[in-house]
Design a protein around this ligand. Sequence first.
Ligand code: ZN
Ligand code: FE
Length: 253
Amino acid sequence: MPLDLVTIPCLADNYAYLLHDATSGRTAVVDVPEAGPILAALEAHQWRLTDILITHHHSDHIQGVEALRDRTHARVWGGSADAHRLPPLDEALVEGSRFWLGSEEVHVIDVPGHTIGHIAYLMPGLAFTADSLMSGGCGRLFEGSARQMHASLAKLAVLPPETLICSGHEYTTANLRFALTLEPGNPALISRVAEVAAARAQGRPTVPVSLKTELATNPFLRAHLPALKTAVGLPDADDVTVFTEIRARKDRF
Ligand code: ZN
Ligand code: FE
């Protein structure tokens, strides 16, 4: 992979990601739950932060931005639609925005559902999805509808299967416990559960994870499949109806 990727645990269960381009020296962070662990990681790698990429306005993703900008003078990027509720932006992004991070081009897409203004950052082999697509699940619907989240995840589902999904939280264990209630016999899910348990026992993050694994295990990417429709008692329903029912069940789980 041309860019170095570092996963940084923050707060209780958040992740920030550092991206570093060795050729240009450009170094970006995706989301800033708190500045401390990110500054420590920059120091450990001897990297200088140049860019701060924000996915959405929730405080657990932005509350360290001001402190980090003060320390590093990095440029702050975020969604134009949410500019009024994000830290001051140097660059306002919309669906389809593209920019270069050293040798890699970043492509911005809208992924509403968790919040209305949530964006994802895509680059070859990587997708920074924060609280839209998560490993084994998806973000709660605080602002958008199940239909919007379903459409957002559909945009991510068509990326190359080897794409690494970099999501915003360590929620995988609980997500998979729910997934098992729907597909107790899914062999890919059973092996993912074992892999995640082993990773957590060693204190390792369960993300990034390949899209291929998510397509095989994440019920929110599987609402179109007869097995999932049957599992929620809606064998003849359309995909959005099934997705909505899966989301509702997860909320009650
Ligand atoms: Zn959030
Ligand atoms: Fe969050």
